[in-house]
Structures are given as C-alpha cells and as structure tokens.
Design a binder for this molecule. Structure first.
Ligand code: NAD
Length: 274
C-alpha cells in the first residue's frame, strides 16, 4: 500500500502519512522504524531532542531502501537556536542519522521569549540553498510567528507541524496555511491514543466501516488534507495505522468528527514554550 504524496510549495513530494518516533528510546527506535519500513512507511519524523536519530539512521541504513524513496524529517531543538548554533546542530543531526541530507528540517518551537527564530530560520535557508535540506519549515508556529518570518526571510516554510486532532482541529491556522502555501502536518494525530479513540462517535464510525477508531481518525486527517505521523512501537498497530487507503469516510462521518472540536490542547501553548 503506497502512501500518496502531497506536493510541497517547492515541488518536493512528501508522503501524506509517515511514522513518528517521539518518546521511543534509541534502541527501540531502530526496531520500530525497521518495522515501519517493512510495512510500507517511507516517511520518518524524528528530532534532535528525541535522542533517537542514531537508531532511526541505523534502521534506514539496514533497510536497503533507496535514499530517494525515503522522506526523513528532523528538528532543531530550542537550546540550539541562533544562526551558527543551528548550522552546528544540523551537522550533528546528519551525523547521527548517517545521512548526507534530510528531506525536511524544522524549527521545533518558535521560543518567542528568546527571539532567535528569525536568525535560526536564516540558517535553515542556508541549509536549503546548499541542498542539505530538500525542504525547510517550522513546528508549533502561531500566525504571529509566521507573519514575522514572511516579513524578514525569503523562503516560505514548506510545512508547519502543529498539534492537531479531532479535539483540536486548528481551523483558523489551517486556513492561514492554505492561503500561504504552507502544508499542515498534524502531530499527536491520534490525540496520543488517550480518550479520543473511545469517543462514541468515532467508535460508531469505526464499526460502520469495519475498521479501528485509530484508522477512522487517520482517515479523517487524510481527507481533511493534513499530513499525519502516527506513532506506535507495537507491530500490529504500526501495520494498522498505514492500512487506511482501502476505505473512505462519507460526508456524514466527516461532519460527525468535525463536530468533536473542543479547541483543547494536550501539549503546551507554543507562546509559552522556552
Ligand atoms: P499519537 O497521536 O501518534 O499517538 C501515539 C499513541 O497512540 C501511541 O503511543 C499509542 O499509545 C496509541 N496508538 C497508536 N496507534 C494506535 C492504534 N492503532 N490503536 C490504538 N492506540 C494507538 O501521538 P504522538 O506520538 O504524540 O504524535 C505522533 C508524532 O508526532 C510523534 O511521534 C512525533 O514524531 C510528532 N510530535 C511532534 C511534536 C512537535 O512539537 N513537533 C510534538 C509531539 C509529537
């Protein structure tokens, strides 16, 4: 089951569904990424702060999959913001991944209190110009941070990776992204698997289609136009989460899920993260 791509604003193709590895220790990440790759995932979402770029890189190397078939994302951690420190942190990430370039490099959080994200983004523009990142973007940016980038830098971010699930649908930010040509990537797309997968409306839709609640939520994201990166270390769930291209939700299902928005975050407000 090949995952269909979306086309980023610079023409680069990104699989609309990938594999996230937050909170997976390095040694387990190697196994989990290997399982994901065996089951058809071609996009992996890691970050320097996850501490598992090495395990991720080992699984990639061992897979034998051609580099051009893979889409690897990593992220610049908050403490490394600033022009020179970003370039150094990027080198360290590439080294750990064992790669010569990444497909997408993101600023993990804006950290407005430190006010370094403009210089940091200029370092990403340099990495992009040098071909060491095929696309660059941001994560957890609010419209005010994107507005400043638009005014003070030249490359429109390809992606903004934000918390997004049926309890936090981010409609205003999604519209803003669409106007600017920024792809919306959903983190914690399953709401971290907590109460969301037991919501009666979602369970009912799952029963109607003979699929799991997680598959319903992922399908809702795909049909909404989001890029998703569900995480699991359980092989059966890794398999289940990519097996979402053989059914579709109808208008009634989509409307029922849209009605679940509560503007409720699991993670912090990006304005407050230092
Ligand atoms: P998620 O929404 O992907 O949920 C993962 C959890 O859901 C699993 O640990 C498991 O408990 C459960 N689960 C997974 N598949 C399931 C299934 N089929 N059935 C039942 N339960 C299932 O949460 P996440 O890991 O927070 O987010 C996904 C990825 O997003 C991360 O791994 C990371 O790559 C990225 N992320 C980025 C940021 C950021 O600041 N940029 C923040 C959080 C996460």
């Amino acid at each position: 089951s090949k995952v269909p791509p979306i086309i980023l604003n610079n023409g680069v193709e990104m699989p609309q569904l990938g594999f996230g590895v937050w909170q997976v220790p390095d040694d387990e990440a190697e196994k989990a990424v290997a399982t994901a790759l065996e089951n058809g995932y071609r996009s992996i979402d890691t970050a320097a702060i996850y501490g598992n770029e090495e395990g991720t890189g080992k699984a990639i190397a061992a897979s034998g999959i051609a580099r051009e078939e893979l889409f690897v994302t990593t992220k610049l951690w908050n403490s490394e913001q600033g022009y020179d420190s970003t370039l150094r942190a990027f080198d360290a990430s590439l080294d750990k991944l064992g790669l010569e370039f990444v497909d997408l490099y993101l600023i993990h959080w804006p950290v407005p209190a430190k006010d370094k994200y403009i210089d940091t983004y200029k370092a990403l523009e340099k990495l992009y110009a040098d071909g060491r990142a095929r696309a660059i973007g941001v994560s957890n940016f609010l419209p005010e941070h994107l507005e400043r980038l638009a005014g003070e830098t030249s490359v429109v971010p390809a992606v903004n990776q934000i918390e997004l699930h049926p309890h936090l649908q981010q409609r205003a930010l999604r519209e803003y992204h669409a106007e600017k040509g920024i792809a919306t990537e959903a983190w914690s797309p399953l709401g971290q698997g907590k109460g969301l997968l037991e919501v009666p409306a979602i369970v009912a839709i799952a029963q109607k289609h003979g699929v799991s609640p997680a598959q319903v939520v992922l399908r809702w994201h795909l049909q909404t136009g989001n890029v998703v990166i569900p995480k699991s270390v359980t092989p059966s769930r890794i398999k289940e989460n990519i097996d979402v291209f053989g059914f579709s939700l109808d208008d009634e299902d989509m409307a029922a899920i849209s009605a679940l928005n509560e503007d409720r975050r699991i993670g912090p407000n990006p304005a407050d993260v230092n």
